[in-house]
Unconditional design. Structure first.
Length: 231
């Protein structure tokens, strides 16, 4: 009697087939997930450098500068700056800064009298007139040689936080003594009480301030650095 021989699949071939099927399924799933991910806003990738100085302004007041060393441009209306620090007594200070909204109210201090008044910022930091047509703005501002926010050179509106794109090589600065109309009002400089660092006047040399830059569209922290306070 003639014996019939049935062809059998080799165990090795079977394993290879299973691997191929697994790889194909993984590729399909990955491609599907990647397609979903494309609908999410991609956060900018940047390299930044921050300096906080107790006497960094022209009149010896505290200041903070952030330098854009390289990477993607950052639209300042789409980001939030968060600063935090703890003093020697353990009190935690945190401050969040975004582009101003039309409903936001700021307090203005008149120096040296110390008197104060309130006003509403207009949408996206466009000009706001108080009394004699003085201009107020939101910091940190974009540093541009030969021009100043609230000045008369013609570019002041575009220098306010929320109105400019922060690109490689740019510097943004929060400087208390510059947060006023340089022409003064009644012989007094006008300061907006909107600190970039809460209770900045309590900072001392070598204190550590954490500075974060958060992309509002994706919720991603694109910069996170502990900064040592300088004189």
């Amino acid at each position: 009697m003639e014996m019939t021989k049935e062809d059998a699949v080799s165990p090795v071939v079977g394993v290879m087939l299973m691997l191929v099927v697994t790889i194909i399924i993984a590729a399909v799933v990955s491609g599907f997930a990647g397609g979903l991910a494309t609908g999410k806003e991609k956060a900018p990738q940047v390299s930044l450098e921050t300096h906080i100085q107790l006497t960094g302004s022209m009149v010896g007041a505290p200041s903070m500068i952030i330098k854009h060393l390289g990477g993607d441009p950052v639209n300042t209306k789409d980001v939030k700056i968060v600063t935090s620090w703890t003093n020697s007594t353990g009190i935690y200070h945190v401050q969040s800064t975004v582009a101003a909204k039309s409903s936001e109210t700021e307090e203005v201090y008149y120096v040296p009298t110390g008197a104060s008044a309130f006003f509403n910022l207009s949408s996206m930091n466009v000009d706001y007139d108080y009394g004699s047509g003085d201009t107020y703005y939101n910091e940190p501002y974009l540093v541009v040689a030969g021009d100043m926010p609230a000045g008369d050179e013609g570019e002041e509106t575009s220098l306010w936080f929320g109105n400019y794109i922060f690109r490689a090589g740019d510097i943004m600065k929060a400087d208390m003594n510059l947060n006023f109309d340089p022409n003064g009002w009644g012989g007094e400089n006008k300061f907006i009480e909107k600190a970039i660092i809460k209770n900045i006047d309590l900072l001392t040399e070598n204190d550590i301030v954490n500075v974060k830059l958060i992309d509002l569209k994706s919720g991603t922290t694109i910069y996170d650095k502990n900064v040592i306070v300088e004189v």
